[in-house]
Design a protein around this ligand. Structure first.
Ligand SMILES: [Mg+2]
Length: 126
């Protein structure tokens, strides 16, 4: 069971409390990740789980395209998550997505994913 938590305006509201919640989730078998709308050139520091940068792409779409199944979302702006298209995807959406992917691929060699230490490692170093 995977939980995706947002950083800005969610985790940042109280990092200590959210870290405790993340820790509890991980101790009980949940896989917790962070999916942010940020670009990786504005990196997130101190997040106790792996961080994925969707670069403005709808988070559900970003995760789905990468085979990341997310079961539970925690986000202060649920609109940024998005979801499957209700009546099919308009062709403009695919064109836009492909253009964004080309820009990201051309500018971020390591891809949009940055691996941060797991909660236990983070807690020991904090
Ligand atoms: Mg947010």
């Amino acid at each position: 069971m995977r939980v995706a938590i947002d950083h800005d305006g969610t985790f940042t509201t109280n990092p200590q409390v959210w870290t405790a919640i993340i820790n509890m989730l991980c101790e009980n078998g949940f896989d917790v990740i962070c999916i942010t709308s940020r670009f990786p050139n504005v990196p997130i520091v101190g997040m106790p789980v792996p961080v994925y940068y969707s670069c403005g792409q709808a988070k559900w779409e970003f995760a789905t395209e990468r085979g990341l199944e997310v079961n539970i979302w925690i986000d202060d702006i649920p609109f940024t998550i998005g979801g499957p298209p209700v009546n099919g995807e308009p062709p403009q959406a695919k064109i836009r997505r492909d253009l964004i992917r080309q820009v990201i691929d051309a500018n971020f060699n390591s891809g949009p994913h940055v691996d941060y230490p797991r909660v236990g490692d983070y807690m020991e170093s904090a």
